[in-house]
Design a protein around this ligand. Structure first.
Ligand code: RIB
Length: 301
């Protein structure tokens, strides 16, 4: 049986829908407020598990009402959450999502996610060892991410890092990554930190890929996703849909991509599945609601 382990954040997403984002120093009123389960780790794990693959989620929540709600919600998915850490007297991560018609802006208070440490990885080392793919992001401490990726590599597990939210990636960490999946903004920040960006995505992706032995896939919102293979950049476009909410689209991409890689699909096919899944996900409100099942996704393949 193929297995994925997702190490990452869990948040309670507090959605405030507004006509527009506030300006600096301004107060505006939101018309609706919704509490929904999110966090990049939790979202990616749900997206992967909906593909029908055995998925374990490793991460930390607080022993508060939001932590309980998250556990209750995730236990309805086919997802193994039995190894989540519950931190005593620490609050669960909260993300305030300011959502306008076509966009969003998010502020995260990591809370318990900051307690996801090397010990969390050690406690769950057997789960990582037995996985086909480890998928992680940067919403937990980067030392933890690095340690988990290093261990996974030692065990021969395929690794995927979604460098979101963007933090500078230490050069030493790249050796433990098989696939790197920034979005276009994150890739731009990566380039500005490392090389002189040419301002042209293809040139930059090829240049970066020549210097690093990591497969690079850049997610580009409504323009689909681009990846580099054999010295060439390929773009998989996405279809146009009625967008309700883009929150979690990147997470849907990553979860489905991890599934496809665990199933040993070709890179192009893996990206294609992930693009279709991410496109479908934006047609419903909230990060996880629109994530498709494998059956739903297959209709569009
Ligand atoms: O990627 C979307 C997620 O980012 C939200 O669910 C929010 O929790 C933040 O982590």
């Amino acid at each position: 049986m193929k297995k994925i382990v997702v190490l990452g954040s869990l948040n309670m997403d507090m959605f405030m829908t507004t006509e527009r984002l506030p300006m600096i120093g301004e107060t505006i009123c939101s018309d609706q407020l919704h509490y929904m389960v999110g966090g990049k780790g939790s979202n990616q794990a749900v997206a992967a598990s909906r593909m029908g693959i055995y998925t374990s989620l490793l991460g930390c929540i607080g022993n508060d009402a939001f932590g309980e709600k998250i556990q209750k919600h995730l236990s309805k998915e086919s997802l193994d959450i039995s190894s989540l850490n519950i931190e005593k007297d620490i609050s669960t991560g909260i993300a305030t999502v300011f959502k306008t018609k076509n966009n969003n802006a998010i502020v995260v208070n990591p809370g318990a996610n900051n307690y996801c440490d090397l010990q969390t990885v050690e406690q769950n080392i057997q789960i990582i060892k037995q996985a086909d793919v480890l998928l992680t992001q940067l919403e937990i401490p980067i030392e933890t991410v690095e340690y988990a990726l290093q261990k996974a590599k030692e065990f021969g597990v395929t690794t995927i890092l979604n460098p979101a939210p963007y933090k500078e990636i230490p050069t030493g960490l790249l050796q433990y990554i098989d696939y790197l999946t920034p979005n276009d903004t994150e890739f731009e920040s990566m380039m500005n930190g490392e090389l002189e960006s040419s301002g042209d995505l293809e040139t930059d992706m090829l240049e970066w890929s020549m210097r690093n032995n990591v497969k690079l896939i850049v997610t580009r919102g409504s323009q689909g996703s681009s990846f580099v293979e054999n010295g060439q950049m390929t773009t998989v476009p996405c279809s146009s849909v009625d967008v309700v909410d883009t929150t979690g689209a990147g997470d849907t991409f990553n979860g489905i991509f991890a599934y496809a890689i665990a199933e040993k699909k070709e890179l192009r096919d893996a990206v294609r599945m992930a693009v279709i899944g991410a496109t479908l996900s934006v047609t419903a409100f909230g990060a996880q609601r629109g994530m498709p099942s494998l059956k739903e996704l297959e209709k569009y393949l």
